[in-house]
Design a protein around this ligand. Structure first.
Ligand code: HEC
Length: 335
């Protein structure tokens, strides 16, 4: 069985161009940049807006907000897809919480949006595909133009080979540099943006497998949450009520959301007005805890989304593993 049968893989950019028949401006823009180096494949998503729903991914919503570029909406979403009939393995981490290992054929995407309403558009997708032998392929997509319907150009490469990783990063940088808005930027600004692209392309360093949670800031890395056995941060936290709150990113909406308690050293703390500190007053890591007793419609909708994720994860496990999630699923019965 092929590891990812149900999904139509994004077509290589060049094939997309040919298939379009005429070299429409949008698609030829998606092809801009040099040919990929060995070990790196160019890919394209022609129609990004409904991509994940259309391809059968499900969104996993964690109990606390992910850091966001916007103070009033979550601009980062996590979408996953596993092959039909495959199972996600369940284990317990050092703290006794459920942790996960995803099967071959899994696709996991971090999708970052910008803007709102009709102009809301995907500005970055980074994702991982788990291959038949358990190895991982990384991929990244970026917009070819500011129009929300414009194709995303992308590339993919195997995790684990430092020279391929470096070649992929430089290829991405060249392609981002060839597209708007970076292509039109003054040199100094362009260099700063491209340096950011390089830093954010160091996927494996941020996503080691089974990385423990930070007990103190930067103990194991910039991210305070730990990873599961597949190197993912978010999916396992869908099964927990309490999650460390991060200090990076422009905003963390958890601090001002009445359906989330922020705790420092076990005590509930109130967020100050205006800009929040992101850390406890003694510099330790704050934790966010989802409240099950808040009746506001937004809180109910949030809990329903978290519970959908819990049920989806349990439904993609062996019966024995799914049964071990009874305490995570119990509060969802009332929803
Ligand atoms: C600075 C650390 C960092 C770097 C670099 C990074 N990631 Fe992530 N990634 C995260 C964090 C943290 C999340 C969880 C979502 C969030 O908080 O934005 C995430 C989410 C993801 C997810 C969704 C599953 C999960 O872990 O929640 C995938 C897949 C992913 N990243 C792949 C990649 C790939 C591929 C690259 C390289 C192109 C990459 N990441 C680079 C930190 C990083």
């Amino acid at each position: 069985m092929s590891p990812h049968p149900p999904r139509e893989r994004p077509r290589p950019a060049f094939a997309g161009w040919i298939a379009a028949g005429v070299a429409s401006l949008a698609v030829s823009t998606a092809c801009r940049g040099d040919a990929p180096p060995p070990g790196v494949t160019d890919v394209v998503i022609e129609s990004p807006r409904e991509h994940h729903v259309r391809e059968g991914f499900v969104q996993l919503v964690p109990p606390v907000h992910l850091p966001s570029s916007s103070p009033d909406r979550d601009q980062v979403e996590i979408w996953v897809k596993v092959p039909q009939g495959s199972t996600i393995a369940l284990a317990l981490d050092d703290a006794g919480r459920p942790t996960l290992e995803f099967p071959p054929g899994t696709l996991a995407d971090r999708v970052e949006w910008m803007g709102k309403g009709d102009m809301r558009r995907i500005v970055d997708i980074r994702g991982t595909r788990i291959e038949a032998d358990g190895s991982q392929t990384f991929y990244v997509y970026r917009p070819s133009a500011p129009d929300p319907r414009a194709p995303l150009f992308g590339l993919e490469w195997a995790r684990g080979d430092a020279s391929v990783q470096e070649a992929a990063t430089e290829h991405l940088v060249a392609r981002v540099a060839a597209h708007p808005p970076v292509a039109q930027m003054p040199a100094a600004r362009r260099e700063a943006v491209l340096e950011g692209v390089r830093v954010r392309n160091g996927c494996a360093a941020c996503h080691p497998l089974s990385r423990p949670e930070n007990q103190a800031p930067r103990q194991h890395g910039l991210v305070d949450r730990g990873t599961d056995r597949s190197g993912f941060f978010t999916p396992q936290t869908v099964l927990w009520d309490e999650v460390p709150l991060e200090a990076y990113g422009a905003h963390d909406r958890s601090w001002h959301d009445p359906s989330i308690e922020v705790r420092c050293g076990g005590e509930i703390v109130a967020a100050p007005e205006g800009e929040v500190p992101r850390r406890c007053s003694d510099g330790t890591i704050a934790r966010g805890r989802m409240r099950w007793d808040v009746a506001e419609p937004a809180a109910r909708a949030h809990r329903a989304a978290v519970c959908d994720g819990r049920r989806w994860l349990a439904a993609h496990m062996t019966q024995a593993d799914g049964a071990k999630l009874s305490s995570a699923l119990r509060p969802c019965e009332k929803i």
